[in-house]
Design a protein around this ligand. Structure first.
Ligand code: NAP
Length: 513
């Protein structure tokens, strides 16, 4: 029997009472560890976090909480090698892809640690200036942002077991709100191990950070009006969360980061081909990093009709250089999907897209390096193409969560923008071109249906941070089918964990806030 991972619950390491669910190596097929949360006293864990963890965090100032985050960063950095080993074994990722999750998470946490310093020795924040309520300036209204006195429950997706925890926990803990994380079962090991290292280092007060691995059954039932829930995952599960009684009747604040059919757009009139080159490079990278298992990955690529063949060739040529297989082999650039379930889901999604699209670059016949095709959940990158983006409906609706993207020709910029909007709201679109006016116009047009617009012109080609890389300074989240959530965006992330209230009082009272 493999190890049964413990849950950190009510400040105690507690194993579940059941046999547990096994986590597997998606390349070798070995069972790695098991997780189980059955039999835990859920109510007491939530109460402990709410009362003990919340109270302890709220006694600290933002500066002190920032220092606490800084200490977490150090504890995590000291154990990076172990995290890389877990990611290789459990997520099937090559080193560079593991870094996106592990170092990306630590970097994001580091930014919030520094932010604490800037927010200073306060325990709540002022929101804007005081406003006069009448002719006499003595009686005014001052808005304040105070930490919510509940818990932050994170229900996370399988693709970012590290980043998914820390991009949420950074802002929550800095706000003074205790965290309960429920990682996706398939890759829960890395999240559990990181929490264990932080707990073992004695950095956070009891109740400030809890981890529960295994089934999510009953977690939502524990939520009370001042708690918040931040969910990342599929649109179907998001609908379950949104319709839970705690949300509909208790007004529990909920943030949803769901799936998204992100786009890349090559502007018309890019005759110099520099834009095409930048687009092809980025599309190939987005398709292959983490085997396309990124919520921000490019799923649809829009190019002017006249550039369609050239774009297919340029992207295909880059994809052909990908090497696929066992992430332990130095020659491999792209590892596997996280599980057999995901492998099957990608095959099914690909088959669905192919009913309306043809294959421009076929990854299905790629040989695997150092891996058994019967066992390894490896999928080669596949570029699809359609002739008519108006009639091909599925490419705008179905997110295949793997190394798959579809090339779509357009007539003019209005047509391209119309087709992109058929994604019904996305996390990110990237735009490629060299005319600043045309780039600015397209960005503003795309902004209402995207959380982020990433604009690549030749002058920033070497500086740009990547279409799919979520930088903590920028907003993450998108409207419509992307879930309607908002995360990160620098200090804006703290809003979700604070309550805003207006205090109407005399200037003398307001001056003491
Ligand atoms: P999922 O199946 O919806 O699972 C997400 C989380 O919800 C897991 O922790 C899962 O636990 C839990 N869960 C499942 N059923 C639940 C229920 N009835 N009540 C409460 N929780 C429940 O999604 P996934 O397959 O892990 O993730 C892939 C999807 O996430 C993709 O569509 C991707 O686009 C999206 N994603 C979005 C973002 C973003 O920031 N927008 C980031 C990453 C991923 P178990 O694992 O134990 O079932």
């Amino acid at each position: 029997m493999t190890e049964l991972l413990s849950n950190f619950w009510a400040s105690q390491w507690q194993g579940g009472k059941g046999a547990g669910t096994a986590l597997f190596d998606p390349v070798l097929g070995d069972e790695l560890v098991r997780v189980d949360a059955s039999g835990l006293d859920l109510a007491s864990g939530f109460d402990f976090a709410r009362q003990q963890g919340g109270a302890a965090l709220r006694t600290l100032t933002y500066r002190e909480r920032g220092a606490m985050l800084g200490a977490i960063v150090k504890a995590l950095q000291a154990n990076r090698d172990a995290y890389y080993d877990i990611a290789t074994a459990n997520s099937g990722t090559v080193k560079n892809d593991s870094a996106v999750d592990i170092d990306g998470g630590i970097f994001t946490l580091g930014l919030y640690a520094k932010m604490g310093e800037g927010l200073g020795d306060r325990r709540y924040l002022l929101d804007g200036e005081a406003a006069r309520l009448g002719k006499d300036p003595l009686f005014q209204s001052q808005h304040v942002l105070v930490p919510t006195r509940g818990v932050a429950l994170f229900i996370n997706a399988f693709n970012f077991p590290s980043w998914g925890l820390w991009e949420k926990a950074g802002p929550a803990l800095l706000s003074g709100v205790p965290v309960i994380v429920k990682p996706a079962t398939a890759t829960a090991w890395l999240t559990q191990r990181m929490v264990k290292d932080v707990v073992d280092a004695g950095i956070v007060p009891p109740g400030a950070l809890s981890v529960i691995c295994g089934s999510s059954a009953g977690l939502m039932d524990q939520l009370q009006p001042f708690d918040v829930v931040s969910f990342t995952g599929s649109a179907d599960t998001a609908a379950v969360i949104r319709s839970h009684r705690a949300v509909t009747h208790g007004s529990v604040r909920v943030n949803i980061e769901a799936d998204s059919i992100n786009s890349a757009l090559l502007l018309p009139d890019e005759a110099d081909e520099a834009g095409l080159d930048l687009l092809a490079k980025e599309v190939a990278r987005e398709m292959t990093v983490k085997s396309g298992q990124k919520c921000t990955a490019i799923r649809r690529v829009f190019v002017p009709q006249a550039m369609y063949e050239k774009a297919a060739q340029a992207i295909g040529a880059r994809l052909a250089k990908t090497t696929l297989g066992n992430p332990r082999n130095e020659a491999v650039r792209m590892g596997s999907l996280v599980s057999r379930v995901q492998f099957n889901a990608v095959q099914e999604g690909l088959a669905l897209l192919k009913t309306q699209a043809r294959v421009l670059h076929d990854g299905s016949t790629m040989p695997l390096i150092d891996a058994d095709p019967a066992l390894a959940c490896c999928v080669g990158p596949t570029l699809l193409g359609v002739d008519n983006g108006d009639t091909a409906s599925i490419i705008h609706e179905v997110e295949v969560f793997g190394p798959v993207s579809t090339l779509v020709p357009y007539r003019d910029i209005a047509h391209a923008l119309h087709l992109i909007r058929r994604g019904q709201g996305s996390l990110v679109a990237s735009v490629y071109g060299s005319d600043p006016a045309a780039l600015a116009h397209a960005s503003a047009e795309l902004a209402d249906s995207h959380g982020r617009v990433h604009v690549i012109s030749p002058d920033v080609a070497a500086l740009q941070t990547g279409h799919g890389n979520v930088m903590p300074q920028s907003l993450h989240g998108g409207p419509g089918r992307a879930g309607g959530g908002e995360e990160l965006g620098g200090v804006r992330a703290l809003n979700f964990y604070h309550r805003r209230a207006a205090i109407q009082a005399s200037t003398a009272v307001l001056g003491l806030l």
